[in-house]
Design a protein around this ligand. Structure first.
Ligand code: ZN
Ligand code: ZN
Length: 495
């Protein structure tokens, strides 16, 4: 998912990437097609699908996202930046620097003569102009026509509910129409303060158009988050509402597409695969799983969501964590007792595209982090955890057979093995290698009955247990002597 950042926090390289991509679209004609689309919306007059009505915010959300996707075809790392004019509100703000938007216009012509979008570069000639206008260069006149919105004005606008109100147009009361307050009281002054080209129907000729509208879109997204029960208004078919402005109306000029965008289709901006850098990173509540209990239902309700589960292991042994359903989830296992200690991750080891982790776990609290394989997808699934100590997932060591290779691959990892003593007698369990292993012998039959433990009785720092055993199944747990230690080892059982 692309993250739209505050332009003031962009690095010089990020600013350059944005400028280069914008100029590439200008050079190949795509940019001017976008300008023409915006001008055409205004020229539709009383049937303007984009301004002076409820769809002002959805239409520009769709329009900006399409422009952003065009930029991303040039450079996939680029996202639209936003201009927060409640903070960066002077002509000397860095947004107007020569490496980004360039400066104010100068002289009677108000011509912009600095920065990448100056006419003199030969790379920024205006070709889509308002009727009667022949000015081929970008113009600006900072502050000549008004002032930029303050934080207080933004806060007041964001407190207005409902989304919109009759007569569903530029005349809607700005105290009962969030949309019209944002459009007239917050958005219009941004165009007017920059002045020049930004005052025209063809205002996207000034690239700051995108940064200004990106901020308007961000404020709408914040209002949506703060008013979760407030739906877009009005429904399609409401009398007197211009076509394209009802909730399920196809929005011109894209209404001829096979699946045309509607206001409803753009309400969730995360579903359009972007977010804003200042959105709260909510720490999701974790859900407790019980070992052996039936699967728990859950869902990735929004794109990019991460679900967290916990479970308690009281008896060391092999555990299986797996998902069920048709959603392609990816599962990470962390612990014990520390949600930041990574153990392992799995995508598709379960049935279908489900995740499955089978692991020997010591006692403690474990954490499962679950996300969709695709950062833009959602879906339902269920998850369960079961214990299967002594089941086939525990590797078997053949008595007097070849050494079994193992590894402590994470801090606090416990590896379990089993072997069968066919006859009564003395058995030697021994590790080999340079890893300082610590082994524990359990049994017979019951993997919780401790027989012996050893750290360094073998060569070097290897472990060795010599025990007189009755016939039966035995269990060996191998861990590193140090809680943080890792490393490979071999283990043998001889009689
Ligand atoms: Zn517009
Ligand atoms: Zn605008």
């Amino acid at each position: 998912m692309g993250i739209r950042k505050n332009q003031s926090s962009l690095t010089p390289a990020e600013k350059s990437a944005f400028v280069v991509a914008v100029k590439a679209l200008k050079a190949n004609g795509v940019y001017d097609a976008f300008v023409a689309q915006h001008r055409a919306a205004f020229l539709a007059g009383p049937n303007d699908p984009a301004h002076g009505g409820p769809a002002f915010l959805p239409w520009h959300r769709e329009y900006l996202r399409r422009f952003e996707r065009a930029l991303q075809e040039i450079d996939a790392s680029v996202s639209l930046p936003y201009w927060d004019w409640t903070v960066d509100r002077t002509p000397t703000a860095s947004i107007w620097g020569p490496n980004f938007m360039g400066d104010n216009g100068t002289g009677a012509s108000q011509q912009v003569t600095t920065g990448p979008f100056a006419f003199l570069t030969g790379e920024w000639t205006l070709t889509v102009l308002d009727p009667g206008d022949t000015t081929a260069f970008l113009t600006r006149a900072f502050g000549a026509m008004g002032s930029l919105p303050t934080q207080q004005a933004v806060d007041t606008a964001k407190s207005v509910v409902p989304y919109d109100s009759p007569p569903w147009n530029a005349g809607s009361n700005v105290n009962t129409s969030f949309r019209n307050r944002l459009e007239r009281v917050i958005h219009n002054p941004g165009h007017m303060w920059v002045g020049g080209s930004m005052m025209a129907m063809s205002s996207p000729n000034d690239p700051v158009f995108w940064l200004h509208h990106c901020n308007i879109d961000r404020l709408w997204a914040e209002w949506q988050t703060e008013n979760p029960g407030r739906m877009y208004l009005p429904p399609s078919g409401t009398p007197g509402v211009v076509a394209g402005h009802g909730l399920d109306d196809p929005m011109p000029p894209w209404d001829g597409e096979p699946t045309p965008p509607t206001p409803r289709s753009v309400l969730n901006h995360h579903a359009l695969d972007y977010s804003y850098d200042n959105e709260p990173t909510t720490t999701p509540e974790s859900v407790a799983l019980t070992i052996g209990a039936p699967p728990v239902s859950a869902s990735i309700g929004r794109a990019g969501e991460v679900d967290i589960f916990t479970f308690e292991v009281s008896a060391a042994g092999n555990h299986v964590i797996e998902t069920q359903g048709t959603t392609d989830v990816v599962m990470g296992l962390y612990g014990p007792d520390d949600s930041e200690v990574f153990i392992t991750e799995d995508d598709d080891s379960g049935t279908g595209q489900n995740s499955r982790i089978a692991r020997d776990l010591s006692a403690g609290t474990y954490y499962v982090r679950l996300r969709h394989y695709s950062s833009s997808s959602t879906g339902n699934y269920s998850i369960s955890v079961s214990a299967s100590a002594g089941q086939p997932a525990v590797p078997t060591i053949a008595v007097n057979g070849p050494a079994v290779a193992g590894a402590i691959s994470a801090g606090n990892e416990r590896d379990m093995y089993t072997f069968t003593a066919a006859n009564s007698g003395s058995y030697t369990i021994e590790t080999a290698g340079s890893t300082d292993c610590f082994i524990t012998l359990y049994g017979p039959v019951n993997p919780n009955t401790l027989i012996a433990q050893d750290d360094d009785s073998g060569p070097g720092t290897n472990s060795r247990i010599v025990a007189s055993l009755a016939p039966g199944a035995y269990f060996i747990q191998v861990r590193h002597y140090s809680p943080a230690g890792t490393g490979p080892y071999n283990i043998t059982v001889k009689s």
